[in-house]
Design a protein around this ligand. Structure first.
Ligand SMILES: Nc1ncnc2c1ncn2[C@@H]1O[C@H](COP(=O)(O)OP(=O)(O)OP(=O)(O)O)[C@@H](O)[C@H]1O
Ligand SMILES: [Mg+2]
Length: 285
């Protein structure tokens, strides 16, 4: 029989679990390159609540995309577990995994990844067709989504007839096609200029506020700090620190709206230095 303290502990942790839409436990990913082992992730444990806007920040090669792939069910950890709504992704069979990727999660990539021969509307309706909507239902919903992302006048354009920012808007509409609970973005502003990047960040935030979709975005883009509820800084495959937006906002320095989206540039500089400073002293794998 368990004692009161143990019972309380398990109750507390089950409460925590109820609130987490994404949870990772000691996630480790090792890539083997000949004799060499690369620890792309090395023991990442975190919980993300429904409706949060999370930015995963860190230097190039720190493991952001690897974490994106693990959380999105696109790759499997070498060790540890990923839970979506408290279901261990590793336990899903191929059909359930396909369902998760199609219905539960929307994906946005740096290079948009639209299908070049399809129109904006066809790109957006494709996942709906996979999910079983009729052609008419998909067309109506696709037009609505394209309207929502500001492309109501561009539904019949193909990707090459759209600007980068417009292509990313189509990709966001496509990611939202099946009303996902989670929107995963890997460097969504990486190929965009400053002001287009800001528009895309704003649009993703609107999606988050209006539909309650949980945002998890791997990024270098400091503009994303000001819209994020929490920032998870990773370095060498490990969580270096987790900050809440309020904690960033309290440090008042010169406000650099252009680069940090309203977060104190002093704070960003401090955080970047502390991360890269540690990086210099460590030998990279
Ligand atoms: N398929 C692979 N095989 C071997 N090593 C890999 C593979 N994919 C990633 N890595 C290594 O894992 C580490 C983490 O890579 P990852 O792509 O996750 O970094 P990142 O933080 O997304 O970087 P960036 O900001 O440049 O996109 C890097 O050292 C990378 O070289
Ligand atoms: Mg990456």
């Amino acid at each position: 029989m368990e004692d009161a303290a143990t019972a309380q502990q398990s109750a507390d942790s089950s409460m925590d679990r109820v609130q987490n839409i994404v949870r990772t436990k000691n996630v480790t990913k090792v890539y083997r390159m000949g004799d060499e082992e690369v620890y792309a992730l090395n023991g990442v444990t975190l919980g993300i609540k429904q409706g949060e806007y999370i930015s995963i920040m860190g230097p190039s090669g720190s493991g952001k995309s690897t974490l994106f792939n693990m959380v999105g069910g696109l790759d499997k950890p070498t060790e540890g577990s990923v839970y979506i709504d408290e279901v261990d992704v590793a336990q899903l069979d191929a059909y359930e995994l396909a369902w998760l990727r199609c219905r539960k999660i929307g994906y946005i990539f740096q290079s948009f990844n639209l299908i070049p021969v399809m129109t904006a509307l066809e790109n957006v309706t494709l996942p709906m067709t996979f999910a079983g909507l009729t052609t008419d239902e998909a067309r109506d919903k696709g037009c609505e989504l394209l309207e929502l992302v500001g492309l109501g006048e561009r539904v019949l354009h193909k990707p090459f007839q759209l600007s980068g920012g417009q292509q990313q808007r189509v990709a966001i509409a496509r990611a939202m096609a099946n009303d996902p609970a989670i929107l995963l973005a890997d460097e969504p502003t990486g190929n965009l200029d400053l002001s287009t990047g800001r528009e895309i960040i704003e649009l993703v935030r609107e999606m988050n506020e209006n539909s309650g979709v949980t945002i998890i975005s791997a990024t270098h883009d400091m503009k994303m700090l000001s819209v994020s509820d929490r920032i998870i800084w990773i370095r060498d495959g490990q969580i270096a620190k987790i900050e809440r937006r309020e904690d960033l906002d309290i440090s008042v320095g010169s406000i650099d709206g252009e680069e940090t989206g309203g977060v104190s540039s002093e704070q960003v500089k401090h955080t970047e230095e502390s991360l890269s400073g540690e990086e210099k002293t460590d030998k990279k794998e």
